[in-house]
Write a protein that binds this ligand. Sequence first.
Ligand SMILES: Nc1ncnc2c1ncn2[C@@H]1O[C@H](COP(=O)(O)OP(=O)(O)OP(=O)(O)O)[C@@H](O)[C@H]1O
Length: 258
Amino acid sequence: MSQENRDAPLWVRNATKTFRQGERAIDALKDVDLTVEHGSFVAVMGASGSGKSTLLHLMAGLTRPTAGEVFVDGQDLATLSDRKLTEFRREHIGLVFQSFNLVPALSAADNILLPLYAAGIKQPKSSSLAALADRLGIGDRLTHRPDALSGGQQQRVAIARALASDPAIVLADEPTGSLDSVTGQSICKLLRELCDQQQRTIIVVTHEPSVAIWSDRVVILKDGQIVQSLQTDEYPDAQALAAHYQEVLGAGEPVLTT
Ligand SMILES: Nc1ncnc2c1ncn2[C@@H]1O[C@H](COP(=O)(O)OP(=O)(O)OP(=O)(O)O)[C@@H](O)[C@H]1O
């Protein structure tokens, strides 16, 4: 495998993750290969239990593979101690979750700045916070606590928090899963803009074709394996993508290297 590939923002090779539950072994991922190029937007789709979150967690260094390699921004995650891995994640990866994961007692501004405080940066530039919040459409919501914000606003705060350390890579697990479809689409548009205008590399786990259609490429997981990688520009709309997705889920497709 060439060094060039390993230097991609995300490079996963032969990744297997097996969970043990008593006597039982569950192969959440089996021999997964995935390369994500700089500044691209990839959606990971698949039925419930197909391994989407496990793959995202591997790429985020939140869990380690049972076998295989994960390189992020050219760094082999296996060589990092847990402490170094946390530091590395803080600098390189922004994480966004379905349930926002905001701290209820803190204002939006403090929620956004939390990763910087955790990294020991005591006095982040207020001008950069204001610019980031304005960019995400929450400039006038910074003093509000999460319970005074709509779901869409809370997710924007969570995305701002993910971007606070200016990471090159944003990993989002079902970022629209708790939102109505109109709000969800506005979050997708925002992620698309972060990719197009700021060249961030974005990975979104979703089971919704209406979310995946915003990406450049969709990889479909089935039983822990990538069974399809497709370019979204080959599909006129989310409905066409949904029809193809259903076909793939229903059929036994060959395993691909992506
Ligand atoms: N910590 C764990 N311990 C045991 N099994 C696990 C663990 N985490 C995930 N699994 C199992 O691994 C498989 C893949 O789970 P994963 O959460 O990655 O799927 P998913 O595609 O994200 O599903 P969903 O769409 O429902 O969130 C499932 O069978 C799940 O039960």
